[in-house]
Design a protein around this ligand. Structure first.
Ligand SMILES: NC(=O)c1ccc[n+]([C@@H]2O[C@H](COP(=O)([O-])OP(=O)(O)OC[C@H]3O[C@@H](n4cnc5c(N)ncnc54)[C@H](O)[C@@H]3O)[C@@H](O)[C@H]2O)c1
Length: 317
C-alpha cells in the first residue's frame, strides 16, 4: 500500500543556480532540464542585491551552481542542507574552501568548459592593442611576434593554438606540465618565468590566483620584456603586483597592459597613460553563450553524478 508517512519524509533535492551575473537564458534552460530530469527541484536567483539575499536563498538548497559569486563561510553556514557547490568555470578563489571542507561540503569546478571563450578574448585584446585601440592610426601585426604563455593549462593551450593561426612564435612556461606535452603542440617550453618575459614582446597570463601566484607578476619580470611590451591578463587581477605595474607604466613608455579586470589602481592609470591600457568594463572572458552552456551543463551533470553515484571527479577541496 502507498505509504503517505514515508512520502512525508522524502524531500526532493533542491539545486539552486545563484548568479549575480546571469547565465545566457539558453544555458539556464539546459541546466533546468538536467536538474528536473534527475527528479530534483530547480531554483534560480539572478542579479541578487547583495549577501543577505544570497544567504536567505541558500537556506534550503542541497546544491549550488555559481559563477563568480562569493561563497563565504557565512553563506556556507546558512546553507544547512548544502552538500555540493559547483563553480561553473575554472577559478574557484571566490569560495571559502576551508569552510566548505570543515562542513563536509564538496566543491567542484568545471575545468576547460570556457577556455576557448577566454582564449579568443585574449587574442582579440592583443589585436585591439596592436591596432592602437582602433583609433585609425597605423598599428602593428601579430604575425612573427613572440608570444609568451604564462601557465599552459586549459586556457593557455587554447591561446597557443589560436596564436599559431596568427603566425606568432609561441613560448610557454608552466613548471607543472611536462616539457614534451608543451612541445608536441609546437610551442617552445622555457625553464623559467624570467626566460619567458625576457624573450617575449607579448605575455599572456593564464595562472590561477593562489598564495604562490598573487602579486607574482612583478617589476623584475615586467622590466625584462623586450621593446613594445604588452602584458595581457585574462587570468586574475590579483596575480599582477599593482605597485610595480604603476612603476613600469611610469618608467617604460613602450609598456602596455590589457586586462579583463580593471586594477585597483585604475585611478592612477586613466588620464596618465592614454593609449597604453584597456580594461574590460565587466569581466567578460567566459561571457559567451557557448561557454555558459558548456559550463552550466557540466555543473548540472556533475551535481547529478555526485548525488546519484558519489562521483567526485573535479572536486577541488
Ligand atoms: N577572464 C575570465 O572570465 C576567466 C575565465 C576562465 C578562467 N579564468 C582564469 O584563467 C586562469 C587559467 O584558467 P584555466 O582554465 O586555464 O586553468 P587550468 O587549471 O586549466 O590551468 C592553470 C595552469 O596554471 C599552471 N600553474 C599553476 N601555478 C603556476 C605557476 N606558479 N607558474 C606557472 N604555471 C602555473 C598549472 O600547471 C596549470 O597548467 C585562471 O586564473 C582562471 O581563474 C578567467
Amino acid at each position: 500500500m502507498f505509504n503517505f508517512l514515508t512520502l512525508k519524509f522524502v524531500k526532493m533535492k533542491k539545486v539552486l543556480v545563484l548568479t549575480a551575473k546571469p547565465f545566457a537564458p539558453v544555458a539556464v534552460e539546459k541546466i533546468k532540464k538536467i536538474v528536473n530530469e534527475a527528479g530534483y527541484e530547480f531554483s534560480l536567483l539572478e542579479k541578487y542585491a547583495g549577501q543577505p539575499e544570497l544567504i536567505e536563498a541558500v537556506s534550503d538548497a542541497d546544491a549550488l551552481i555559481i559563477r563568480s559569486d562569493k561563497v563565504t563561510r557565512e553563506v556556507l553556514e546558512a546553507g544547512v542542507n548544502l552538500k555540493i557547490v559547483v563553480r561553473a568555470g575554472a577559478g574557484y578563489d571566490n569560495i571559502d574552501l576551508d569552510a566548505a571542507t570543515e562542513k563536509g561540503i564538496v566543491v567542484m569546478n568545471t575545468p576547460g568548459q570556457n577556455s576557448n571563450a577566454v582564449a579568443e578574448l585574449a587574442m582579440s585584446m592583443m589585436v585591439y592593442m596592436a591596432r592602437n585601440l582602433f583609433d585609425g592610426a597605423p598599428g602593428t601585426e601579430l604575425r612573427g611576434k613572440k608570444l609568451g604563455i604564462h601557465a599552459y593549462g586549459n586556457v593557455g593551450k587554447h591561446v597557443g593554438a589560436i596564436a599559431k593561426g596568427f603566425g606568432m612564435e609561441i613560448y610557454a612556461f608552466d613548471p607543472f606540465i611536462p616539457k614534451e606535452t608543451i612541445e608536441k603542440d609546437g610551442v617552445k617550453c622555457v625553464d623559467s618565468a624570467e626566460e619567458l618575459y625576457s624573450t617575449c614582446q607579448y605575455v599572456s597570463l593564464h595562472l590561477p590566483a593562489n598564495e604562490k601566484t598573487k602579486k607574482s607578476i612583478n617589476y623584475q619580470l615586467l622590466s625584462m620584456m623586450p621593446a613594445c611590451a604588452t602584458l595581457v591578463n585574462t587570468a586574475r587581477k590579483e596575480v599582477v603586483c599593482e605597485e610595480t605595474l604603476l612603476k613600469i607604466f611610469s618608467v617604460r613608455s613602450d609598456f602596455k597592459y590589457i586586462s579583463d579586470f580593471a586594477p585597483d589602481c585604475i585611478g592612477e592609470i586613466i588620464g596618465k597613460y592614454e593609449g597604453r591600457y584597456f580594461f574590460s568594463p565587466k569581466k567578460m572572458g567566459a561571457q559567451t553563450s557557448e561557454a555558459n552552456i558548456n559550463a552550466g551543463i557540466a555543473a548540472a551533470n556533475q551535481i547529478v553524478s555526485y548525488f546519484e553515484k558519489g562521483d567526485t571527479t573535479f572536486q577541488v577541496n
